[in-house]
Design a protein. Structure first.
Length: 434
C-alpha cells in the first residue's frame, strides 16, 4: 500500500527530529497561559502540535502548508471534474506531498476494496427509533465498527510500540472507506425509502456519496467533492479534532476516537453553525420577502445583534479575512447557481454584514466563514434536511482526524493529561504576582 510505504520512509527522520527537539529544548517556554485562557476554554493557548493543517490568520487553513486556492489547482481530479479527488487530499494529509493522479487513485481504489459494510452495522441503524438524530446514528455506526479494529486486535497480541501507526493506518483506511455508504444509508433511512444503494465502481469516493443518496446530477457530485475537501481538517484545537486526539492518546483505536470526535461535532457550538446560518437567511427572507434591499438587510442584522444573538456564519477565532473555504464555495455558487434566490442573498449579505459588525466595534473578524454558505449550496440541490448537514461535516472531518491519529501513533505522542488548579490556587497566584 503506497500510503504505508511513503509514511514508513519518512518516519526515521521525523522521529529523530522530534526526539532532538524535545531532548535539547524540552524546557524552553513557548507560551504563557493567562487566567482568562484558563477560564475561557483555553482559547489560543499553544499546547498542541500537528503538521497536518494550520489556520493562518491572513491566509486561512493550510493543509500540509498549502492554501485552499493552491490545492484546488494542484491536487489531482477525477476526469471532467474541477475539484480534487478525496483520495488525493487524503494522500496529502497522510504523506505531506502532492500525489500524482496514479497515487491518488491508489487511495481511491484502496477505499473501494475496503468499503464493504458488515451487516451488523445496518442492523444497528435499523434497530434505532425512527426519530433518532442522524448524528446519533452516525456515531453508533462508527463505534459498532470497532468490532473490526486491527489496532485493538494487534494490541492484544502484544504489538510493538513502533508498529502502532501501521495498525492505526489500517483502521483509518477501513473506516474512511465506509463513510460515504454509512452516511448515505442513514440519509435513506431517515428521509428516503430506507434502502441501501450500492456504490458505483466507476465513481470516486465523494461522488459515490451523491450517487448513493440519489443525487446523481454531475453538479451535486462536484459539490460533494468540494465540500468534503474544504471541511476535512482545521488544526487540532477544535472540539471534534481535539476530542479525537485526546481519546486516541489513551491508545483507544480509531473507531472509539472518531466516534468521540463525532459526538463533539454534534454539539450546537461546533457542528451546527452551517444549518443555523441557513436558517437565519431563510428567516430574513420570510420577514422581508424575496428581494430585500440593503436597508432591510442592515435592519435584520442589527435586530439580530440587538437581541443579544450573534449573526451565524460570520467571524472566526483565528482568521482576520474572509474564510477561503467560504470564497471557494462562493465561486462555486456563482458558476453553478447564480440565479438561486437564497444564494443571491448570501452575496448581498457579504456586502452588508461585515460593515454592520465593523460598526459594532467588538468583532475582530467581521468576515464570513465556511458556515455562512455551505448550507445554502446543499439546500439548492435538494438537501433540505438540516439535521443531516452535520453528518456531512463529520464524514469530511474524519479524513483529517484520522490522518492526525496515524501520525500521533507514528511519533509516539503520549497520553494527554493537563494539570488542573483550584480557583483558590489561581487567586493566590494572582496575589503573589501583584
Amino acid at each position: 500500500m503506497i500510503l504505508k510505504e511513503k509514511i514508513a520512509a519518512q518516519l526515521p527522520e521525523w522521529r529523530e527530529r522530534v526526539r532532538k527537539l524535545v531532548s535539547e529544548n524540552g524546557d524552553m517556554v513557548v507560551d504563557q497561559v493567562t487566567v482568562k485562557q484558563i477560564y475561557g476554554g483555553m482559547r489560543s493557548a499553544k499546547v498542541l502540535v500537528t503538521d497536518i493543517s494550520y489556520v493562518d490568520p491572513n491566509e486561512g487553513i493550510r493543509f500540509r502548508g498549502y492554501t485552499i486556492p493552491e490545492l484546488l489547482k494542484l491536487l489531482p481530479k477525477a476526469e471532467g471534474s474541477k475539484f480534487p479527488l478525496a483520495g488525493s487530499l487524503y494522500y496529502l494529509l497522510l504523506v505531506g506531498e502532492i500525489p500524482s493522479f496514479v497515487e491518488a487513485m491508489e487511495v481511491e481504489n484502496a477505499w473501494k476494496a475496503r468499503g464493504v459494510i458488515p451487516p451488523f452495522v445496518f442492523e444497528t441503524l435499523r434497530a434505532m427509533p425512527e426519530d433518532t438524530h442522524p448524528m446519533t446514528m452516525f456515531s453508533q455506526a462508527i463505534v459498532s465498527l470497532q468490532h473490526e479494529s486491527v489496532f485493538a486486535r494487534r494490541y492484544q497480541q502484544g504489538m510493538q510500540r513502533e508498529d502502532y501507526w501501521e495498525a492505526a493506518l489500517a483502521d483509518a483506511l477501513n473506516l474512511t472507506a465506509k463513510l460515504p455508504a454509512i452516511a448515505a444509508y442513514i440519509y435513506n433511512i431517515k428521509y428516503g425509502d430506507g434502502g441501501f444503494v450500492s456504490p458505483d465502481p466507476d465513481l470516486d469516493w465523494a461522488a459515490n456519496f451523491a450517487h448513493m443518496i440519489g443525487f446523481d446530477s454531475p453538479e451535486y457530485m462536484e459539490l460533494s467533492r468540494l465540500y468534503f475537501f474544504l471541511h476535512s481538517d482545521h488544526e487540532s484545537g477544535n472540539v471534534s479534532a481535539h476530542t479525537t486526539h485526546l481519546v486516541g492518546s489513551s491508545l483507544a483505536d480509531v473507531y472509539y476516537a472518531c466516534a468521540a470526535g463525532i459526538n463533539g461535532l454534534a454539539g450546537p457550538l461546533h457542528g451546527l453553525a452551517n444549518q443555523e446560518s441557513l436558517r437565519w437567511v431563510l428567516n430574513l427572507r420570510e420577514e422581508f420577502g424575496r428581494n430585500p434591499g440593503t436597508e432591510e438587510l442592515e435592519k435584520f442584522a442589527w435586530d439580530t445583534l440587538n437581541s443579544g444573538q450573534v449573526i451565524p456564519g460570520y467571524g472566526h477565532a483565528v482568521l482576520r479575512l474572509p474564510d477561503p473555504r467560504y470564497t471557494a464555495q462562493l465561486e462555486f455558487g456563482r458558476e453553478y447557481m447564480p440565479n438561486d434566490e437564497i444564494f443571491k442573498l448570501i452575496e448581498e449579505l457579504y456586502d452588508v454584514v461585515p460593515k454592520v459588525l465593523q460598526e459594532l466595534g467588538k468583532v475582530k473578524n467581521p468576515w464570513p466563514n465556511v458556515d455562512a454558505i455551505s448550507g445554502t449550496l446543499q439546500y439548492h440541490y435538494g438537501m433540505r434536511e438540516f439535521d443531516f448537514y452535520t453528518v456531512l461535516f463529520g464524514v469530511s472531518r474524519i479524513l483529517g482526524v484520522t490522518a492526525n491519529l496515524v501520525w500521533a501513533r507514528a511519533l509516539g505522542q503520549p497520553l494527554e493529561r493537563p494539570k488542573s488548579l483550584t480557583t483558590k490556587m489561581l487567586e493566590d497566584i494572582v496575589v503573589k504576582a501583584k
